[in-house]
Structure formats: structure tokens, C-alpha cells
Design a protein around this ligand. Sequence first.
Ligand SMILES: Cc1cc2nc3c(=O)[nH]c(=O)nc-3n(C[C@H](O)[C@H](O)[C@H](O)COP(=O)(O)OP(=O)(O)OC[C@H]3O[C@@H](n4cnc5c(N)ncnc54)[C@H](O)[C@@H]3O)c2cc1C
Length: 454
Amino acid sequence: MHRRVAIIGGGAAAAALLGELLERRPPHPLHLDWYTGGGALARGVAYATRSDHHLLNVRAASMGMFAGKPQGFLDFMQREDPSVAGTDFLPRRCYGDYLEAEVARAMALGKVHGHDVQVVPFAADAVVPEADGVTVFRGEETRRVDAAVLAIGTLPPQPLAGVDAEALASGRYVVDPWPLLAAPPAVAPAHVAVIGLGLTAVDVLLELAARWPDTRFTAISRHGLLPEPHLRTTALPSGDSAELIEAMLDAPDVHRWLRLLREAIAQEEDWRSVIDSLRPHIPALWAELPMEQRTRFQRHARWAWERVRHRMPPPVHASLAALERDGRLRRLRGHLQAADVDGDGLRLELRPHGGGALQVLQAGLAVQSVGMDFDVARTPHPLMRQLVVNRHVLPDPLGLGCQATPHGRLLHEGGVWPRLFAIGSLLRGTLWESTAMPEIRQQARAVADQLLAE
Ligand SMILES: Cc1cc2nc3c(=O)[nH]c(=O)nc-3n(C[C@H](O)[C@H](O)[C@H](O)COP(=O)(O)OP(=O)(O)OC[C@H]3O[C@@H](n4cnc5c(N)ncnc54)[C@H](O)[C@@H]3O)c2cc1C
């Protein structure tokens, strides 16, 4: 008899789980229903880009899809070009090629192992978990499975408050930058406003600046700061991170943590080594942090953490510096208060950070690039709405995905669902560090272990 599992999501997280399951030889073969959502298989949002300006922000040697083979991506690239180094930041499209190749390989191997995979190239509409199984709905079709795993990535971006409906309908205020970057309009606006200054904004700026060489850009964020750059080579590992982690676990308080970090950084040649040494311990640190401290972190420290944790590859940093030097990019500190249609462009009102008179900006196009949305309680995503409205899952109180166990089992009011799991972004509130491949591949392995152990 087949053990039947539904994998819901068509991106890198789903690919990692599929790979983990098909590589193994459990006593009973598996039947996998893979609901992919209909996009480019395995590439998801991050690796569907074809642009050479869009680089991985993780070094090649750390991007393997399998927890047991962290160098898998590097090996794949070196087969074509032995000069590729593990420290390189390669184009994300190459990573998409690697994921596709790994999925094809896993499917072929799965067949040899007697597994059966059915790819359903649509979004799952609804999921109803029960103690002894899960029912998945898609259109008129219903399938009962032994277990289901949600790997749906981040939620569709929502317009910021203050953006007028007419501005949205005009297409001049763009909420989701990826379709725009895939096919930018042929006629270039003279001035583009980019709302946000994280890694998504960086992708937007580089791509549009290359496509539209005469366009000027204004990027707006609370602090007006770009992400920090990586070093060209890796930062040397921090001397004794065990002592730092222990001290942080003993004092789960954001204020004290910042002090401990400052002290640790003062001992190092480069601050990056301290930040990077925390990464494997972040789920444990986050778990220790009481809710009011998590709220404080979100409100006061998150923006600074994101800047140092999610860094830019050095060539990306150099390209942005050149745009600024050439006068094509300026950065403003402020919050978007309103966006309205004005003639054949937009009128944007900005509230300066810390108060002061409103600033007005005219732009032909505004591209919202404020990063990932995790808030399942407010999302229009049909599947997550269905799960939340029917109280099958519990939203994280800080809007960071769903409540779950550290091993990815989702919670409901009565306890833990034994057969409904999540990997990736939906676990942000449980693990904090849960959106990049080095963490996702570990989660894929842990969920595969649980699925096959039952
Ligand atoms: C621009 C960008 C750059 C990044 N760069 C890096 C990097 O360099 N290194 C790194 O490690 N991480 C990077 N990340 C993080 C990235 O999120 C992860 O590496 C990884 O791609 C996450 O994959 P995912 O499958 O969880 O999500 P996604 O890529 O978002 O894929 C989710 C998929 O699920 C589908 N889906 C949604 N709802 C349903 C449904 N109801 N039914 C079926 N399918 C559904 C979607 O259509 C989508 O295809 C980057 C992220 C972004 C946005």
C-alpha cells in the first residue's frame, strides 16, 4: 500500500522536501500529490528571475538543496565551469536550473524506488486536517491523504495604507515587483520611486536601472539605509560564540542582547563573523524570547537586524554605489503617507522619519518593495484564508506565519495536528530564521523524517 502525502507549494522548499522523500526507500513506497500552484516548477519567486543582475545573497558553497549535501549547488556549477568558487555569489537563475535538475533527478530515482508522484499544476484551494488524515480540495476534485505539508512561501504583497485605489488601478503604483521586472514597459518613466530599501528593492533598482538607462530613482525607507554588503571573502569565524550564545540564552531580553552583541563585535576584526555565528542558534534564541520581548524586537531592532543579516553581494553593492555616484539614485528617510494619481504620473506624500513637514514627490511609477509578507490573518491568499477562517490553523500573534511546533507541525486550538506540517516562511514566528535555503533544507529533512516515521 502507498503512503499518500500532499506537498502544497511549487518552490524551492517543496522541491527540497520532494527530493528528501524520493531519495529514501521506506518499507512502503510513497504516493505524492504535488500541488505546484502552476508557476515555474521548483523555482518559486526567488529563482524564476532570468536576470543576471539578480544574484544569490548566499555563497555558492552553502546553497545545496539537500541537508546532507550542502555543497550540491557548487558541485553542479563546477561540472560546467571548474573555475566557480564556493565563495562566489552566482546568478539566481543558475540556482533555478540546479533546482530543476535536482527535481528531475529525484523523480527518476523515485520511480526506481517504487514511489509515485503526481504533479498537479494548480493551487490547492482548501485543506481540511483531521486526526487521521487530511483532505485537499482543488476545483471540483477532492483527495484524501495521510499527511499534507504546506510549502507555500511568502504571501502575496498587499498595498501599503494610503495608496489610493485609482493609483493601484492605473498600474503606476506596483504592489508586486516581480511581474514588472519580468516584463518592464518599453517606455521608461523619467523618475521612479521605490518604496523600501531591502534586498527586494535592490533587485528592483538594479534591473530597472539597467533596462531604463535615463531614468532617475528615489528609494524611500524608514532609515534610508541599504543592506550591508558581504565581504569578498568569508569573515573569519567568531572566536567563541558558545560563550555569547550562553549569555544570550541566560538573559532573553532584547536590550541585553544588543549590549552583548556590541561587546562581542568589539572583540572581532569584522562584525559579520559575530552575526553569522548566531545563525544556527537563532531558533533556540527566539524560542527563549518572551512575547513582549519579541514585540520589542519587531518594533525597534528588526530593521537593523535585517540590514546586517540579509546582506548584499559585493558586486551588487558596487553597482548601487555607482548609481548613487552618477546621481541616478537618491535615498530618502520617510514613510509613505499617500499615493494618488496626478496627471500622467503619481503624487507621493512622505512623512519624514521622526516627524516634520510632509514631503511631496512626483514619480511616473512607484514600485513597492517592502519585503516578505507573513501575516496569515490578513492575507487574501485563498488557501491560508480558508485555513484561518475555519480555525484549522492559528495565526502567529506577531503576524509571522502560523503557530507550529519547532519541527513544523501546525497547531490548532485543541493542540497539535499530527498530519499537517509546514516548512519555510509559515514557520517564521516559531523559528524566526526560516526563509533561506540553509534553514529550509534542514526543515525538509526533519519533516521527511516525521512523515516516514509515522
Ligand atoms: C528575491 C529573493 C531572493 C532570495 N535570495 C535568496 C538567496 O540568495 N539564498 C537563499 O537561501 N534564499 C533566498 N531567498 C529566500 C527564498 O525565499 C528561499 O530561498 C526559497 O526560495 C523559498 O522557497 P519557498 O518554496 O518556501 O517559497 P516560494 O519560492 O515563494 O515558492 C512557493 C510556491 O508555492 C506556490 N503556492 C502558493 N500557494 C499555493 C497553493 N495554495 N497551492 C499550490 N502552490 C502554492 C507559489 O506559487 C510558489 O510557486 C530569496 C527570496 C527572494 C524573494
